[in-house]
Design a protein around this ligand. Structure first.
Ligand SMILES: NC(=O)c1ccc[n+]([C@@H]2O[C@H](COP(=O)([O-])OP(=O)(O)OC[C@H]3O[C@@H](n4cnc5c(N)ncnc54)[C@H](O)[C@@H]3O)[C@@H](O)[C@H]2O)c1
Length: 306
């Protein structure tokens, strides 16, 4: 059995390396099992268990969010994986960095298959913990020349520009939401917004791709009604989860926009290109297990070669 900390994981996998792992996962989606996440609410947050089987690996992410007395949000996550043939426990790993990397890698895969080929401008709304890896994922699959970022918290927005000043693409802070997304070929939303959302359809280019990542729980919402009503194609990571926790929870009974799964799109299901596309990501346990297995195999191979 091996155990890996976030620090060790940082030296073992990049977002760019995780993209093919996630692409392979969605190509072989029929070899997976994933019962719904179990949520348990506590007065100051929640705990979740996320089990899954991917090929010959069974695993679970056990994670939680607490708002501590001083108002600070505390997030924790651990991932366990077992071999399904022997039943042996293979590894226990910190889950925070794996979550950020696999979430970004999924954005990378969706962007690869859905965004306009000639995309040059990418916009990111929300400059929190997920965003640096999300920028890297989008820039890994398209020849992006300009990255726009916007956050209601100006310090966080300027912070990401400072932290990524040596990155291959220049990161531009924006004065407002429309300034950020208005000329973008790819828009990625990464905020914990609730209520009616904030992104309007009229802010988007006629040909563009949107990755909606922030809404991953009941009541969270980044896209205004107009986006779900007007966009040409909607792709979800997993139907049950998206219709409960993603933007698709607001899809509406009268909506007739085509709905496709990411597994189907990666597997070759064609959709009409040249318009506006949306990917709704809620984050799947299969992504955690596939990434943890990749890390386990890499460590084992290094031990055997060393
Ligand atoms: N889909 C998935 O697989 C997945 C995985 C991880 C996290 N998430 C979700 O993604 C979101 C972002 O995660 P994070 O860890 O980066 O959060 P974070 O708290 O580190 O950062 C969120 C940022 O969004 C900004 N923000 C809030 N409302 C905004 C608005 N209306 N416009 C612009 N900026 C706004 C905040 O100021 C903050 O800087 C969260 O909702 C999180 O739950 C989804």
């Amino acid at each position: 059995m091996i155990s890996l900390t976030n620090k060790q994981i940082a030296n073992l996998i990049t977002v760019e390396q995780c993209i093919p792992v996630i692409e392979e996962l969605f190509k072989n989606i029929e070899n997976t099992q994933m019962p719904p996440k179990v949520y348990m609410n506590i007065p100051n947050g929640d705990f979740r268990s996320m089990p899954a089987v991917v090929g010959n690996t069974a695993g679970i992410k056990w994670c939680g969010l607490n708002i501590r007395e001083e108002g600070k949000i505390h997030i924790f996550a651990k991932i366990l994986i077992n071999d399904t043939v022997s039943g042996d426990l293979l590894a226990i790993m910190d889950g925070e960095l794996i979550t950020a990397i696999r979430t970004a890698a999924v954005t990378g895969v969706a962007t690869k298959y859905m965004a306009p080929e000639g995309s040059r401008v990418a916009a990111f709304v929300g400059c929190g913990a997920q965003t640096p890896n999300q920028i890297k994922a989008v820039c890994a699959v398209r020849d992006v020349e300009r990255v726009n970022v916007f956050d209601l918290d100006r310090e966080r927005m300027l912070g990401i520009c400072r932290d990524m000043q040596d990155y291959k693409v220049e990161i531009h802070p924006c004065l407002g939401l429309e300034d950020c997304v208005g000329n973008a070929d790819i828009v990625t939303t990464l905020t914990p917004a609730r209520g009616d959302g904030y992104l309007e359809h009229c802010m988007l280019k006629d040909v563009c791709h949107v990755n909606a990542v922030g809404a991953d729980a009941l009541g969270k919402r980044e896209l205004r009604k107009s986006v779900l009503e007007e966009i040409d194609v909607i792709v979800y990571d997993e139907w049950e989860q998206c219709s409960h926790s993603g933007e698709i929870q607001y899809y509406g009974a009268n909506n007739d926009k085509p709905l496709l799964s990411l597994g189907g799109v990666v597997g070759g299901n064609e959709f009409e290109r040249g318009g506006q596309t949306l990917f709704d990501a809620t984050g799947l346990a299969i992504e955690d297990v596939a990434t943890a297995r990749y890390l386990y195999d890499k460590v084992r191979n290094n031990i055997m070669c060393g």
